[in-house]
Design a protein around this ligand. Sequence first.
Ligand code: PAF
Length: 289
Amino acid sequence: MKIAYSVEELRAEVAAWRRTGESISFVPTMGNLHDGHISLLTKARELANRSVVSIFVNPIQFGRGEDYAKYPSTLEADKQKLSAAGLDLLFAPNLDQLYPGGIEEDTRVSVPGLSSILCGQFRPGHFSGVATVVTKLLLNVQPDIALFGEKDYQQVLVIKQMVHDLLMPVQILGQPIVREADGLAMSSRNAYLNARERELAPQIYQAMIRAREKLLPQTLSLIAIETAGMAELAAVGFRPEYFSIRRAQDLGLPQAGDTCLQLLVAAWLGPARLIDNLRIELPEPLKAS
Ligand code: PAF
């Protein structure tokens, strides 16, 4: 596995592959890698001749008071995992490489609409931070395909919209959530949980499964199911931000006739903000409420 610390080194490697006609897949990460990331890399390797992973904790996608300063950095362990998983090139830039003019006056990319709902409502500026750094990464890695985990379902849609609107010549592929045996979605932020919180954390998944069971017969309103989900999580010690049933394709409010929905949840547990989501395929089209 090669490692590029600078944009120049990255471009030189990629250019050499391009000269010999090799295809490139890309997995952007913020490091502190877990099996979910490795499953993205495994898929990436199946889909192209060469694969690139980036590790960069992007300051501009964190709000004031969020966990940027304490975001776990485990670069040496990450390198070992990536090398063992057969990665060709790790791109691990520092702040100056990606933000040579600093972060205050830097150009920003924003995706309207999708970026202001759900997580965007609770984390203003977050998706613009993500869109900006992913643009910089895609422009320099120049992959044929880039893979993102669907735990960040809204992020995947924001990036697909951005790539569509900016005519970027890259395919964006979302990949299924990887879960722990007890149902907790794998996330670097799970490391913030103490033993008691870690035991409670899978309740998000369980609450989503219960909500799906309630939704399928279409006897209760969506609002009643969402309100019950919020209350169930609050009752066991979470501070839920949203428990929301949306259209899977664009996160709009469900309409009569829809069959493909997505349940999305964000909830604080102690110091960790956890997010998760679940696909709900209705056997019968949604009735008018
Ligand atoms: O999902 C993440 O880890 C980050 O949001 C990403 C896509 C690497 C951008 O910093």
